[in-house]
Structure formats: C-alpha cells, structure tokens
Ligand binder design. Structure first.
Ligand SMILES: [Fe+2]
Length: 341
C-alpha cells in the first residue's frame, strides 16, 4: 500500500460480530482503516461519515439482505467498491451480485489471505477507474479550452478582414469598432451577462463582414439606390452570417443575420419581428444606425449627434426596440448630446 496517502477505508458489513472482527483485524494489519456495521441503518450512517473505498457485504443478514443493500449502496456511492461475502452454497447468488455491480465475492469460511487479495484487487480496480475518470475530465476540459482558443483565433482573423475591408473605404473606416463600443455600452445598460456581452462584442465587430460580397460601386454610389441596388447591399447580413458560421456560436451568427431587422417586422425580406429578433441583433441595429447616421456617406454628409438621437427617438417602437432605445439613452453617447443642434 502507498504509505504517502491516506489508508484506504474498508467497511465490513456482517450481522455476526466475530466475523466483522476477524476481517477487520486482518485488513487493519495490512494497513487499511476499518469500520464495522451490523445492520442496514448502520451501513448508511458509516458511509455518510466519510469516504469509503471498499465495502465487504454479507449476503445473508436478518432484515435487509446484502442482495437488497447492494443496489442501494451502489446508487448512493457509485465510487465505492463492493465485495460480497457468501457461503459456498450461495455461489450463484454471489455471481448474480457481480452482474449487479459488485466487484468480487469471498467465500465463508474465509481464507484470510484470499480476503486480503480480493480487497487489494477491488481497491486497485477502483483507483484505476477514478484515475481514468479524472483523466477523461481533464482531457475534456483541455479540448474545450483549445476549441475556445481556436475559435478566438479564427474570429480574430475575420475581424482583421473586416478592418481591412473598412480601411479601404473612407466612408466606413472604423465603423465596426465604433459600433462595438456603442453596442457594449447598451449591453452594459441592460445588465447583460458576461457571456452575452462576449457574443455582443463579436457580433458587433463582425456584423458587416458580408460586405465583402457587395459591389463597391453600388455601396459607394453617390445618389439614391434603386430597389435592386438596395437589395444587393442587404445581402451582406446573410453572407456575413454564412462567413462566421463555421467558427462562431449560433447566437453570434443569428445576431449578424438579423442586424437589419426592424422591430415591427417591416424590414427587407424579414421573417422575425419584435422579441423574436435576438436581443443582441436589436441592440446592434440601434448602435449600427447611430454610427451610420453620424458618419459621412457618399450620398449625404454626417448628421449631427442630436439629429441622429432624434431619429432614433422617431423610430422608437417601429425600426427599433423601445427597451434597447431606453438603454441607449442611458449611455454616454446619448447623454452628452447637446440640447441644441
Ligand atoms: Fe449592416
């Protein structure tokens, strides 16, 4: 036995005191820490008292038998090994007990060396099972951590692509970073959870990656867009969702897909409306619109912050979710707007 660790604890369950003592003496002399129980009630008292590596369980006991106790012990303490103690005439019962979760059986009258070998074997098997489980858990955690890291790297690469796309165009340079700042401020005002905030940040940073599929000439057209041109530009929401889908979680994908949805359901080819639109997409809609309005566009100059705030107010409940608009007005962007234009 390993002298560095705590001795394995063994509970001997038998209605005969002589047998309990005999087994405990032998196992204690081998370095195990032994406890005894004579009845079913005592068994669970002793098991509750501290971790027990092994139970030696007599099959034939007055009241609840070992056969009945075995499934109860295994259900409450699945990590405890069980050896059935049986008379030679009950061998078939002992074998049935092994099928029901016992680890081994020993026969009366006991050969104490065999008892000791059986206890050692059952405890070693238990240790091995515990180690395998610990290793599997560790492995699963490691895989999860690495998956998170790989996702982050891929999302970071898409983010770099967005910034490169925006940098090419003086009208959109810095748009996604500013939108992210506003969306995060709204998310904070809504007291979103840490993981929701993380999704909001990624969805905001990557929301316009689908513009890679949009014709630059149409996007930078100085005049009013035709219906076809508008429809062409709006494909970026679907395209963007498709680009991030292999690496982002479904919440980020849906946020990008729905970021041009109108709260009242009147957006282009829109299916969802109201609260069916993911909250993160409703937040992004306000942040995106505010930054777009306060930025210069090929077809108009930038609106003042007051004009943009007034426009958000005007579209409250139609294009934008009132809950999000209220949160937007709690953020620094809206608070610092001068009262006069
Ligand atoms: Fe967009």
């Amino acid at each position: 036995m390993d002298t560095q660790k705590q001795p394995d604890s063994v509970l001997v369950i038998d209605d005969e005191a002589v047998i309990r003592r005999l087994l405990c003496q032998k196992l204690s002399s081998e370095g195990y820490s032994c406890k005894e129980a004579a009845t079913a009630e005592e068994v669970f008292d002793k098991l509750r008292n501290g971790p027990t590596g092994l139970v030696i369980l007599d099959i034939k006991m007055p009241g609840k038998s070992g056969i009945e106790l075995l499934p109860e012990i295994k259900a409450a303490y699945p990590d405890t090994a069980v050896i059935m103690a049986t008379a030679i005439t009950e061998l078939s019962v002992a074998i049935q007990c092994i099928k029901n979760g016992a680890d081994d059986y020993i026969c009366k009258p006991f050969n104490l060396d065999e008892v000791s070998l059986s206890a050692k074997g059952a405890l070693e098997k238990r240790q091995l099972q515990l180690k395998i489980r610990e290793y599997q858990q560790h492995l699963e955690e490691k895989i999860e951590e690495q998956t998170r890291e790989i996702r982050k790297i891929f999302l970071g690469a898409i983010e770099a692509l967005v910034f490169a796309l925006e940098a090419k165009d003086r009208y959109t340079a810095g748009h996604s970073r500013r939108v992210t700042e506003i969306a995060i401020a709204i998310g904070n005002a809504l007291d979103l959870s840490k993981s929701d905030m993380e999704d909001l940040r990624w969805g905001s940073l990557l929301h316009d990656v689908g513009k890679i599929a949009v014709d630059q000439l149409i996007q930078n057209k100085p005049g009013k867009l035709t219906r076809e041109e508008y429809e062409h530009i709006m494909i970026h929401a679907q395209v963007g969702a498709g680009i991030v889908k292999p690496v982002a979680n479904s919440r980020v994908v849906e946020m990008i897909e729905h970021h041009h949805d109108h709260y009242n359901g009147t957006g282009l080819h829109q299916v969802a409306k109201g609260d069916e639109i993911p909250l993160a997409a409703r937040i992004l809609a306000v942040a995106d619109a505010y930054d777009a309005m306060t930025s210069e566009r090929p077809y108009r100059s930038a609106m003042s912050r007051k004009e943009a705030v007034d426009e958000i107010k005007r579209c409250n409940g139609t294009q934008f979710d009132p809950v999000v608009v209220t949160a937007f007005f709690k953020t620094a962007m809206a608070e610092t707007v001068p009262t006069e234009a």
